[in-house]
Design a protein. Structure first.
Length: 91
């Protein structure tokens, strides 16, 4: 995920006083970022990259696995660095 864009969104989300947690889901690979506000107002970050991981969403009192979130999603095989550079140079 583009770090500059995420930093801007992160600042925006932190400014919403009622927001308790939010989740970013990568559409290109198995990767989920979970941010939750602690009782002291600090944000806690957790990363999930395994299908069997379970994400506890306390603000809505539910738990879901990464596998359930990505159910039905097929990822394209990752390009090797050499192939990706070659593709970028062609297009």
């Amino acid at each position: 995920m583009c770090s500059v864009i995420l930093q801007n969104w992160y600042k925006f989300y932190r400014s919403i006083s009622d927001l308790q947690e939010y989740v970013l889901i990568n559409q290109y690979e198995l990767e989920i970022q979970h941010y939750a506000k602690s009782g002291g107002g600090f944000w806690i970050y957790r990363a999930y990259e395994a299908a069997e991981d379970a994400i506890a969403l306390t603000s809505i009192e539910t738990e879901i696995t990464v596998a359930d979130i990505y159910a039905g999603v097929s990822f394209k095989p990752a390009l090797s660095t050499a192939n990706r550079i070659e593709s970028e140079n062609k297009g």
